[in-house]
Write a new protein. Structure first.
Length: 336
């Protein structure tokens, strides 16, 4: 009888790996907020908290799209190029007299094309996602800069629909939070309760098994990159709505891309694929938003801020690697 009741003795690593990482991150974020309130003047002011939440909404939306791709054991480095390039092109067309909705529809088409191209390159031509999406991101922002823009800076008209994404509030809550909340809820429903979402996670957990079971793995990969590109477009509009303008060069998307990846990994979406939750992404967005805000309020120099952010990202990747080591089956699958 004792043999029947015996259970395997799990190591501390295995026990931690089974716990939702989002709860840990939310707890750390709460402690970080407490430390900020005690040590930093102006941190808990209404204006600062509202601005923090708006910015967190922008890169949280971007990270949701990234998470959908990473769950399937991919990666999308084009999201920042799509976000900033398409946002700037929209403002450029509006400045030239095109109606706002026509400009949005046109650039939504561009984002859709980028997502489909990413999916085809990765799923059908089997180009490593790391290189394919980095190339398409650079081509997108560089092509838009050369072909569509007359200048390097465009401001957002105050009366535009894009400006309404982050202006005003509903029941005292900034509108940006409702927009981001809708994205998080829809993403959670997709990943948790749809066949496509569950198969996406299964692909990341074991791609060969998912394919041998008859799952449409290639179309699902394309779908993931399309979702990522369209959410990147929305995140770009949210960013320009918060900032009121956008300025882009071929390399200026690096900080936004870095933030999206940091949010995703800190939130517990494993780079090995198949593991992670939308709750974790939400927790990661709040943590990074609070951290960035405190770094700015404390007056740290840009190099020192980059040092802190880089250290946080390395720590998150190391934790992910420790909690979810690559097994033999993972080693036989393709790298990112």
């Amino acid at each position: 009888m004792a043999a029947v009741d015996a259970r395997p003795d799990l190591s501390p690593r295995d026990r931690l790996a089974r716990v939702e990482q989002g709860f840990f991150v939310l707890g750390i974020t709460a402690l970080l907020c407490l430390a900020g309130a005690v040590t930093t003047d102006g941190f808990l002011t209404g204006g600062n908290v509202e601005n923090l939440l708006r910015l967190s909404a922008a890169f949280g939306i971007l990270a949701v799209g990234e998470a959908v791709v990473i769950l399937a054991k991919g990666i999308d480095l084009s999201v920042a190029g799509v976000a900033l390039g398409c946002a700037q092109a929209t403002l450029a067309f509006m400045a030239d007299g095109m109606s706002e909705w026509q400009a949005i529809a046109l650039l939504a088409g561009v984002a859709l094309v980028v997502g489909v191209v990413n999916g085809i390159l990765v799923a059908y031509l089997e180009v490593p996602a790391l290189f394919a999406t980095l190339a398409t991101g650079l081509l997108t922002i560089g092509g838009i800069d050369i072909l569509l823009l007359d200048q390097n800076f465009y401001s957002l008209p105050a009366s535009s629909a894009i400006s309404e994404l982050s202006s005003g509030s509903v029941l005292g809550v900034p509108r940006a939070i409702f927009v981001a909340g809708a994205v998080f809820v829809l993403a959670w429903l997709f990943v948790s309760y749809t066949v496509a979402g569950r198969l996406t996670r299964a692909m990341g957990d074991n791609f060969d098994t998912a394919r041998s079971s008859g799952a449409p793995v290639r179309p699902l990969q394309v779908l993931g990159y399309v979702v990522s590109a369209l959410l990147a477009l929305l995140a770009g509009y949210m960013t320009v709505s918060v900032q009121g303008s956008v300025q882009t060069t071929v390399t200026s998307f690096d900080p936004l891309l870095f933030t999206a990846l940091t949010v995703t990994v800190i939130g517990g979406v494993s780079l090995s694929g198949g593991r992670g939750t939308i709750l974790g992404v939400l927790a990661g967005a709040l943590f990074v938003g609070v951290l960035n805000n405190l770094l700015i309020l404390r007056g740290l120099s840009s190099p020192l801020q980059d040092l802190v952010r880089g250290g946080v990202l390395i720590a998150a990747i190391a934790l992910d690697a420790w909690l979810h080591p690559r097994d033999e089956e993972t080693a036989r699958s393709d790298e990112l």
